[in-house]
Design a protein around this ligand. Sequence first.
Ligand code: PEP
Ligand code: MG
Length: 582
Amino acid sequence: MKLKGIPVSPGVAIGDAFVLKSEVVSVPAYRISESKVPQEVKKFFDAILSTKRELRKIQERVAEDLGGTYPEIFSAHLLFLDDPILVEGTVELIEKERWNAEKSFDIVVKKVLHSFSSIPDEYLRGRALDLKDVARRVLKNLLGKGEESLSDLKKKAIVISYDLSPSQTASLDRDRVLAFATDVGGRSSHTAIMARALAIPAVVGLGDISKKVKSGDLIIVDGNKGVVFVNPASETLKSYTRKKRRMVYLQKVLSHLKDLPAETLDGHRVKLMANIELPKEVENLASYGGEGVGLFRTEFLFLNREVLPSEDEQFEVYHYVASKVYPEPVVIRTLDLGGDKFASPLEIPKEINPFMGWRAIRFCLARKDIFLAQLKAILRAGKQGNVKLMYPMISSINELRQANHFLQEAKEILQKEGKDFSQDIEVGVMIETPSAAIISDFLAGEVAFFSVGTNDLIQYAMAADRGNEKIAHLYQPAHPAILRLLKHIIDTGHSIGIPVAMCGEMAGDIHYTQLLLGMGLDQLSMGPVAIPQVKQVIRSVTYKETKALVEKVLKCSTQEEVKKILEKANQPFLKFFRRDGK
Ligand code: PEP
Ligand code: MG
């Protein structure tokens, strides 16, 4: 069986399935005698206490593993356990109605969930999920069933589930999880962000894989292509085993590159940087040879939590990343919610066309309170000297100027507040809309750098949704229109004297490394695991030959011709990357 989903964390894993059923806890219901009331109330409070202990333990572990604001998720969970509606409401039912503790608690929880569900709101839906997660824990403790978690994993396995709650993911023994495959979710789902941060392959949005698979089934998860094989044919298994062996081998043979420059044979040097989402990820940068952070996506701060992060909290996170990476640079991108990044406490209404809608800078310009807090935090972290600021989804000069206007206001407020901050932080824009690409000459005059976001640029230029499988054949980095746009952006940036980077997925795809090099990009930023391979390509070619390749490719009128030429030029590397040490 082959299932197609959304690839959210790269890599390949082969192993046995561990199916995590979202267990329905059956709730016993019986009336108690008056004399049993104090005992029942005590039982309830004991369960609340045990649940608090469990959650605090998870919170500590998350703080250690992931840092940043992740532990906050569990503060929100803990708050439920002190909520008078839930706690006093349950005690009242035990005392007045003489229901047993489990039933009393269940009645109260259902009532609260019902009140949430009557309001169609993304934020309350998130809270409902949190409450369900907490309530299941309390019920399990009441029933003396103890903690349900992925720590039950006894050996290495691929975790299959409907979805993973934050507390489930947090309690996993990450040395035993080979990969994740879930029924629901998207690129910004909790499981996806965690998987990327922990470098565990993951595919989400697989429909009903948790129903189709049994624990013990043999599974292949291909986190690059977004496919999962269940009890694969021997040919498939053989081919993936080879692939896996190759990846392990490559990692080993390329590890020596980490301290060498990304420089061509004829001395042309570029910078290879990392895209990160969680602060903790900076700790592994050096082992991949990343020269700083080319894209720090800040959305995680706003996802899966109750209240918006304060300026101080954001400052702590940005400062932490900046000081870890120092003296290399960190490009902090302002909030890019909307599009495919939802599930936050913000009330972003559902739209018919979210990628074309109220997202990223458009949202920030309308929510001054949120934007100013973030800008102030970035400016303060900028004091370190290696922080750059970048706006996503800019589509006009006006937007850029408005954003800069807020930046100026943020500086003035900080000045009044007497806080330390950077007066002259470098400001750049992502070039990820065709309009920005076309007016890149105007934009270049007003910013310090460009970073091309090909994930969005391709989808907008090709009018092909980046997450829609049916039209994936149209989503083509090799299309002549995309190549022309890239060439135009890079040449324009350089003619005005600013550096041009790329931080979309294309930057980490070795099939395009020679092309991007020849086009003259100054920096390539990618998922850290891709850095050694890209560096290997760069160190094996001359800048001169890559420029000749670009000239040839730009004459092609179809993507097929482009790919054929690139394939030929890439032959030596593809051969190298196919070796597996045997
Ligand atoms: C991009 O669009 O290429 C990009 C890097 O940003 P994101 O994937 O976060 O939209
Ligand atoms: Mg983008």
